[in-house]
Design a protein around this ligand. Structure first.
Ligand code: NAD
Length: 261
């Protein structure tokens, strides 16, 4: 039987998807035919317009549902409001950098809530819908920092390691069903936020763009190239395909060799 990557008839919910990696994944899932639910905590006309234009670009149904992923009830409500969830992409995430003694407790709580606990709550709400539909894919966007650490990122590294653990438990609890759970572990990805940091880095280090990207920003990424949001999307589409039906409970690094070091 031919391996299919056609996702028409499936509904994908992507948390934190009005920018960056989440939006890139939404676009690739839409290109593969899935209906899309975009999300973030804002509820602006431009958020809804983004969903409308994504739907028009790929000929799928796309809508935007506002929900704050730092709140347990809002995470569960997002899935309930969508009404259907064949593909769940837990992507919402924030970062804060400080040494442990100076790390503000409220920043720790926010990162653990948004980057880790939200994936627990959405998964809890989505699994019954996947079981009802008889098919499902849970894809957690972890990080190279889900497998390795850097100083000053205590909450982020703890949350991302937690997400990898949650992924394994989800996979074991669904192992005998047509549902899989995996984590994508990106290295440094070129998103609009990262792009915006390049001019400052050039000034600080007095280097041209190529040199500051290679020598400073990508010092830990052996390929010395950013990964792209489209590559994250392509990896998600692969994990949704029939080829990946027996891939569950694992991590896929898309990190230019970072975690091989
Ligand atoms: P981004 O800031 O562009 O996207 C984060 C998304 O999460 C945004 O849509 C934002 O609105 C949303 N978000 C933030 N707080 C939220 C909340 N309380 N409720 C709902 N949504 C919320 O960043 P990104 O780089 O695209 O990151 C996406 C994911 O990828 C994150 O989990 C991040 O940790 C992970 N990641 C990014 C990189 C990278 O190099 N960019 C590398 C590894 C992992």
């Amino acid at each position: 039987m031919a391996i299919s990557t056609d996702l028409s008839g499936k509904t994908a919910i992507i948390t934190g998807s009005n920018s960056g990696i989440g939006l890139g994944i939404a676009a690739e899932l839409a290109r593969a035919g899935a209906d899309i639910v975009l999300n973030s905590f804002t509820d602006r006309a431009e958020d809804h317009a983004l969903a409308e234009s994504l739907g028009a670009d790929y000929g799928v149904n796309a809508r935007y549902l506002a929900a704050d992923m730092s709140k347990a009830a809002a995470c569960r409500d997002l899935i309930a409001q969508a009404g259907r969830c064949d593909i769940l992409i837990n992507n919402a995430g924030i970062q804060h950098v400080a040494p442990i003694p100076d790390f503000a407790p409220e920043k720790w709580d926010a990162i653990i809530a948004i980057n880790m606990s939200s994936a627990f709550h959405t998964t809890a709400a989505a699994l019954p819908l996947m079981r009802k539909a008889g098919w499902g894919r849970v894809i957690n966007i972890a990080s190279a920092h889900g497998l390795t650490a850097s100083p000053f990122k205590s909450a982020y590294v703890a949350a991302k390691h937690g997400v990898v653990g949650l992924t394994k438990v989800t996979a074991l609890e669904t192992a005998e069903e047509p549902i899989t759970a995996n984590a994508i572990c990106p290295g440094y990805v070129l998103t609009p936020l990262v792009e915006a940091q390049i001019p400052d880095q050039m000034k600080t280090h007095n280097m041209d763009r190529d040199t500051v990207v290679r020598e400073v920003m990508l010092a830990r990424q052996p390929s010395r190239e950013f990964a792209t949001v489209a590559q994250m999307g392509g990896t998600a589409v692969f994990l949704c395909s029939d080829a990946a039906a027996q891939i569950t409970g694992t991590t896929i690094s898309v990190d230019g060799g970072w975690t091989a070091l």
